[in-house]
Design a protein around this ligand. Structure first.
Ligand code: ASP
Ligand code: MG
Length: 492
């Protein structure tokens, strides 16, 4: 018996077919004797439409939100009609659909009149998709013979007042979640909790940021001391590379939270550091699985993923970045230039993705998002005007025609040779490396290359370095780890 929080993403509850699959997955695991808590997203695309209707209303379009409301009524009504056989259950779900969409129309009508959409109002509007979906999924579980109850996370997750990207008060939320949910799961009632939303202490609805349902799931999983959290999505797991760029990209069987964190930072669409933090702290593993291919083992993410020394797990690329260089012979031995340069960058709210400085101190290079590059260069020129005047600094410029390639893997730690293989793969295919950085974590190695070289670089590194690694299969749930202790490399 295991206790598992299962989160279903938008596509995994996005159609009648998907809802049926999700129901069947939960039913099977309940039948297998597990205690399950479910966290659900809105049906795929619904949150976007809700927000679009509100925004167009606030900018003077009095029609679009009505079209969206009608569409959403029909979409959810159709799902309820075709899936729920019991007339009472169907009536209860459809009453909820129409009550919440009536609210939506009223909110949008107000925004249209006021020509205003505050963060508070957008949060209220965007919470509706989850609040419509959870009772539908709970009713489907009931119908399949699984005792279930829909729970509005506004009653569990306590947040601050940053309405669209709210910070969660863990202690208060934990107390509420344990109080309300433990009696349910212990008596085999599956709570179906709305992802993505919470409320302030005053009871005002907030959201945890776009795609926030994953965070709801990791919080609930941590609060309930689950054995694992499973994220059900529409891909087989975390991939070794973006499959659109690398056709032979594969699912990574086991990876650590630290490695996934680097991948998220460097452009892969995977779980972000904040999202997995509750599980990292409590040492709870997470699985990413495909609800359209549930027998695939997916990816297991843990604090201590075993790694084969010398291997690399994934390669990612970040586009739309710009390499800024500040150069001049007079910089040698002058303290404070780097500090003032980065203060100027910070004032532009530009996130620095990578930094390198040559040991001769004649230049500093760093990478920022391309959208900020003009402002950053101007800010540096202003900040260092005196040094420019004295010709201690010759120039500060942006090169937009670059991208970052990052290889990630704890197997690089203290292992010579990985960088040589990466650079070898690039050299053989004529890819020039413009700048290199390696974090002290040793989990990742980043290189700046010409934008036109990115695809070749990613494919060659994937072929020659990532696929050459030996990856082991994930341990099934409830089975002791058979990996010998000395092969396990702690990554935290
Ligand atoms: N429905 C929300 C969104 O689309 C949250 C989520 O799906 O995770 O952002
Ligand atoms: Mg660029």
């Amino acid at each position: 018996m295991a206790r598992i929080t299962m989160k279903f993403g938008g596509t995994s509850v996005g159609s009648t077919d998907a809802l049926q699959r999700a129901t069947e997955i939960v039913r099977q695991h309940v039948l297998d004797g597990h205690q399950i808590a479910v966290v659900t997203s809105a049906m795929g695309g619904v949150t976007n439409l809700l927000i679009e209707g509100a925004q167009t209303a606030s900018s003077g379009d009095g029609e679009r939100y009505k079209v969206i409301t009608d569409h959403l009524r029909e979409k959810h009504q159709q799902a309820a009609d075709s899936l729920l056989h019991d007339p009472d259950a169907r009536a209860a779900v459809s009453e909820n659909v129409h009550r919440l969409l009536d609210q939506y129309e009223a909110f949008c009508a107000g925004m249209y009149v006021l020509r205003e959409a505050s963060d508070k109002a957008i949060a209220a509007v965007s919470s509706l998709g989850e609040r419509i979906c959870a009772p539908l999924l709970a009713a489907l579980l009931q119908q399949s013979g699984v005792a279930s109850q829909a729970i509005d996370a506004c009653t569990l997750i306590v947040t601050d007042e940053e309405y669209l990207n709210a910070g969660v008060s863990w202690a208060e939320s934990e107390a509420k979640a344990r109080h309300d949910l433990l009696p349910l799961i212990e008596s085999r009632v599956v709570p179906v909790i709305t992802g993505f939303i919470g409320s302030t202490r005053q009871g005002v609805v907030t959201t945890l940021g776009r795609s926030g349902s994953d965070y709801t799931a990791t919080l609930i999983g941590a609060f309930l001391e689950c054995d694992e959290v499973w994220i059900w999505t529409d891909v087989d797991g975390v991939m070794t590379a973006d499959p659109r760029m690398v056709p032979d990209a594969r699912v990574i069987p086991v990876i650590s939270y630290a490695e996934v964190g680097e991948m998220a930072y460097y452009g892969a669409k995977v779980l972000h550091a904040k999202t997995v933090q509750p599980l990292v702290e409590r040492n709870i593993p997470l699985r990413v699985k495909n609800s359209f291919n549930p027998s695939h083992p997916g990816t297991l993410i843990t604090n201590e993923a075993s790694t084969t020394p010398g291997t690399v797990k994934a390669v990612t690329a970040i586009r739309d970045v710009s390499l800024i260089t500040v150069a001049g012979r007079g910089m040698i031995g002058v303290p404070g230039i780097a500090a003032r340069t980065f203060m100027a960058v910070a004032k532009q709210q530009a996130n620095v993705l990578m930094i390198t400085q040559s040991s001769s101190e004649q230049s500093i290079c760093f990478v920022v998002p391309e959208a900020k590059s003009r402002a950053v260069v101007a800010a540096i020129q202003a900040e260092l005007a005196y040094e420019f005047g004295r010709q201690d600094i010759d120039s500060a410029w942006a090169d937009n025609d670059v991208e970052i390639i990052t290889v990630v893997g704890a197997g690089m730690r203290r292992q010579p040779g990985v960088a040589a293989r990466v650079f070898g793969a690039l050299g053989e295919h004529g890819v020039n490396i413009i700048a290199i950085a390696q974090g002290t974590s040793d989990y990742c190695l980043s290189m700046v290359v010409r934008a036109s070289d990115t695809e070749t670089a990613v494919r060659q590194i994937h072929k020659l370095v990532v696929l050459n690694g030996r990856n082991q299969a994930p341990q099934p749930l409830d089975q002791p780890d058979s990996q010998p202790a000395e092969e396990r490399e702690p990554t935290q």
